[in-house]
Design a protein around this ligand. Structure first.
Ligand code: LLP
Length: 454
């Protein structure tokens, strides 16, 4: 498989937990002398200095992913519109903006962040089924590239608001191709029963009507997005092949200039720790290996390159997912008759993916334990909910109260989905670039918690 390498502990020959192995050989979380590093920084020193729970991101990994995706699409006219919802920290956005990324936003708040981070609204697309009047006005005034609308009603409302302002709103309709993305039901969006987009069969008529009746709309493109965390190429191919005749016709009849094929590229969360895992993958038929961005490009570029359209991508998780970890400290070990619980200081309010989507995050002690023995444990948070766990009945290396562990691959849909539930202050965020670690968001204080309340 392209460019993959075995990640080894620099101190020993043990092929230890390094996330990610796939499909991101360039991630910069490595064991060095038995300690887990992010780029050139020992994560234990960050935990000691800034406390936990603590999000840490690798700038190098984010950029590698962005550049690999850009390169995979290099042959065609394209733009990577990073899906801000995955991780909207200003410093992450600034990093991507400086390297030429566009942005896919879903709220006025995200547009505000992009602008604050130095992003260009002219390279922003605005998705979402429920844009408000204020958000529409804000985005029109800032001159975004396209409103990706999700219903005829929304398109008509956009026309009305643009008319009031004496403006023309650039728009694309989101087509729902009715393709099964084969992902968790909460993050599948491209089936007819989902709330997203307009039925495939209704698109042409809608464009016809809109071009005749909606004088304040410029139909600029077509958009689709079938779901998130897709780990196989086939749903992407199926959706693209299904929609090609439609975009071709829209281009002929309405002169559309772009097609956004959405985001959704999955990452590998779960690693086999067995040595030789990489060889095993390499010997699998291509269809059964984890999806790589190179494969994504190889399959899609030939299908897209002769359409004469600008192709937009809206990746979120792929860019940042494997580029972040959540550090947490073990507070207690509690044994019941049935189980051993490791109680840590991060909770579902800090990282909700396991509770909400049964998401898997590898759990890695920041200091490699002396023994390779594993113990079956539940790692749980302090929140008063049974769903507040990071793993259940998982065989993990030993760690004890006072030790720190990393919840791996937490860079996407981690901090952004965190809440103050149980009146817990939001964690701090750190961005690592080589040997420099910068606090890019301060930990909330107790005073911050009650700010704005009477
Ligand atoms: N474009 C649209 C229209 C979207 O709705 C999404 C994600 C994306 C792009 C980016 O998708 P990605 O490349 O990140 O898969 N919180 C969930 C994921 C929700 C995804 C929502 N939409 C999770 O933690 O798995």
């Amino acid at each position: 498989m392209n460019g993959e390498r075995t990640l080894m502990s620099k101190s020993s020959s043990l092929p230890l937990v390094i996330s990610p192995l796939f499909p991101s050989p360039d991630a910069r979380f490595l064991l060095q002398n038995g300690s887990l590093f992010c780029e050139d920084i020992d994560l234990s020193t960050l935990a000691a200095e800034y406390g936990t729970p603590l999000y840490v991101y690798s700038a190098g990994t984010i950029l590698d992913h962005y550049k690999r995706l850009d390169a995979a699409l290099g042959e065609i006219d394209h733009e990577v519109a990073y899906a801000v919802k995955a991780n909207s920290n200003l410093s992450v956005l600034r990093l991507l903006a400086t390297h030429g990324a566009g942005f896919d936003i879903v709220s006025g708040g995200e547009l505000f962040r992009v602008i604050k981070a130095g992003g260009d609204p002219a390279h922003c697309t605005f998705a979402g089924v429920g844009k408000t009047r204020d958000e529409i006005i804000y985005a029109l005034e800032k001159g975004i590239y396209s409103f990706n609308v999700e219903s005829e009603e929304e398109l008509r409302y956009l026309n009305e608001v643009a008319g009031e302002l004496g403006m023309i709103a650039p728009a694309a309709v989101r087509v729902n191709p009715n393709v099964d993305a084969k992902t968790h039901k909460y993050i599948s969006t491209g089936k007819s029963e989902n709330k997203f987009g307009v039925d495939f069969g209704a698109i042409l008529d809608l464009y016809e009507r809109a071009s005749k009746e909606l004088k304040n709309i410029k139909l600029r493109g077509l958009q689709m997005h079938i779901g998130s965390q897709l780990t196989s190429i086939s749903p992407f191919i199926e959706a693209v092949e299904k929609v090609i005749p439609l975009v071709t016709e829209l281009k002929q009849r309405h002169g559309i200039e772009f097609w956004s094929i959405g985001g959704g590229i999955g990452i590998v969360y779960q690693e086999s720790l067995a040595s030789g895992a990489i060889d095993w993958w390499q010997n699998q038929p291509e269809d059964e290996r984890p999806l790589t961005i190179e494969r994504y490009g190889k399959e899609l570029v030939p299908r897209l390159k002769d359409l004469g359209l600008k192709i937009l991508l809206e990746p979120g998780r792929y860019v940042v997912g494997n580029a972040g970890v959540l550090l947490t400290k073990c507070l207690y070990e509690k044994k019941s008759s049935a189980k051993t619980f490791k109680i840590v200081d991060a909770g579902m309010n800090d990282l909700i993916r396991p509770a909400l989507y049964e998401g898997h995050h590898e759990i890695v002690p920041l200091v490699e334990p002396k023994s390779r023995e594993r113990f079956k444990v539940d790692v749980v948070g302090p929140i008063c909910e049974s769903g507040d766990f990071f793993c259940q009945d998982r065989e993990l290396p030993d760690f004890q109260p006072g030790d720190h562990v990393a919840l791996m691959s937490a860079g996407a849909y981690g901090f952004v989905m965190a809440s103050n539930y149980n009146s817990r202050p939001l964690p701090a965020e750190i961005l690592v670039e080589g040997a420099t670690a910068t606090v890019v968001r301060k930990r909330q204080t107790l005073e911050d918690l009650v700010e704005g309340e009477l």
